[in-house]
Design a protein around this ligand. Structure first.
Ligand code: BGC
Ligand code: ZN
Length: 370
């Protein structure tokens, strides 16, 4: 079958013939790939600074944002049947008995670094026609979400981020006890950095949870992304028009920052204006760059005097996938046009080269495999 693969040793990316996987254990499910999202991580792997093939291979099949359809199930599979739509998670646990996180199905918090990630680290991904996985790593998707469910994986970034926010902020009286469940961000100000898919999906989650939400991004408004975020009720601000101090003045106390821009300079500039008792969530994975100047004393002083917390978050657990599937259903009812317009292009697998190596365009581009 066809697959898009990267050969790090040869610094090549290509469309290859890859052996079709078959079910070899009772708990496995065979899945036909329907759609695979392309993201910054895939593009970075194609610059050969990140990503690694499985043992015994000189290539890695790419793709970690998948929507698939079950075609066959092993004899021990109870949760799925042929025809079901599924989204797989990305990370698989490390083998070590002493890794408390992996032993409790929390491989997103793996201690050893010996986890694998499908399409990223030592396990083939989903940019191919069929794949096999254990049922415990699959999440069922209702058929109404068929045309947007490829957004589940990038949405899990925000779901896990927000789950961290609720836990960390339990350290103080952050949420008024009278606030209705499901609206815990009411009265709070959130700033999203970046207007890519992770940022826009993050803004949607924050709005649904009641936060007054601002998106701070580079391009001047109006532009397609600013129009999209304003259509769902966020305020778009260009960092070319307002600097971080002006942003803070406009927002008031910045209670939450959700970083989805992936570069340090603007991210730390906004950390400097985080508010009292504020929480700052980093999700971006920047490529290494030379050192830069930073207002480090001011940031440190604020962290202490303002009781601030900075949290890094990577990957996602089952709860985050289930939350993403649930929230995508809410977004689809509330903003059908805006949500669908996040997917700016659907392409055939032969067009992988432009998508992975060409200039980044649009918001979320998707490879359709059927
Ligand atoms: C993926 C995560 C993964 C991370 C680091 C992201 O693009 O969405 O699942 O853990 O890259 O490899
Ligand atoms: Zn991704």
């Amino acid at each position: 079958m066809r697959a898009v693969a990267v050969f790090p040793g040869k610094c090549e990316v290509g469309l290859i013939g890859h052996e079709t996987p078959e079910i070899t254990a009772a708990n496995q499910v065979k899945i036909r790939s329907l759609e695979v999202g392309v993201c910054g991580t895939d593009r970075e792997i194609c610059t050969f600074v990140y990503g690694s093939p499985p043992d015994g291979f000189d290539y890695l099949v790419l793709g970690h944002e998948s929507l698939g359809q079950v075609v066959e199930v092993g004899s021990g599979v109870s949760r799925f049947k042929p025809g079901d739509l599924v989204v797989p998670s990305v990370r698989r646990p490390c083998p070590h008995a002493y890794c408390l996180a992996c032993r409790e199905d929390k491989q997103d918090f793996c201690y050893t670094g010996d986890f694998t990630e499908r399409g990223i680290k030592m396990t083939h991904g989903f940019m191919t026609e069929f794949y096999v996985d254990e049922q415990k790593y699959l999440n069922g998707v209702p058929s109404e979400l068929r045309d947007v469910a490829v957004l589940v994986e990038p949405l899990t970034v925000a779901e896990k981020g927000l789950a961290q926010v609720w836990r960390v902020q339990k350290r103080l009286p952050w949420v008024d006890p009278k606030t209705p469940a499901g609206h815990l961000g009411a009265g709070k100000n959130a700033v999203v950095l970046g207007a890519g898919p992770v940022g826009i999906l993050g803004a949607m989650v924050l709005i649904v949870n009641g936060f007054k939400t601002y998106v701070y991004s580079r391009s001047k408004a109006p532009n397609p992304k600013s129009e999209l975020v304003e259509s769902v009720g966020a305020k778009y601000i260009s960092c070319e028009v307002e600097n971080p101090d002006q942003l803070a003045e406009r927002v008031g106390n910045i209670d939450l920052v959700y970083e989805a821009v992936g570069t340090a300079k603007i991210s730390y500039a906004v950390l400097r204006v985080l508010g009292l008792n504020g929480i700052y969530i980093f999700t971006g994975i920047p490529a290494p760059k030379p050192p830069m100047d930073l207002e480090a004393d001011t940031i440190m002083r604020n962290l202490v005097l303002k009781n601030q917390v900075v949290v890094g978050t990577v990957n996602a657990d089952r709860e985050a996938f289930e939350g993403a599937i649930h929230d995508l259903g809410i977004f689809l009812k509330r903003w059908p046009t805006a949500l669908r317009s996040l997917i700016t292009g659907r392409y055939k697998i032969d067009q992988y080269r432009d998508l992975l190596l060409g200039k980044a365009t649009g918001i979320k581009n998707v490879i359709v495999l059927t």
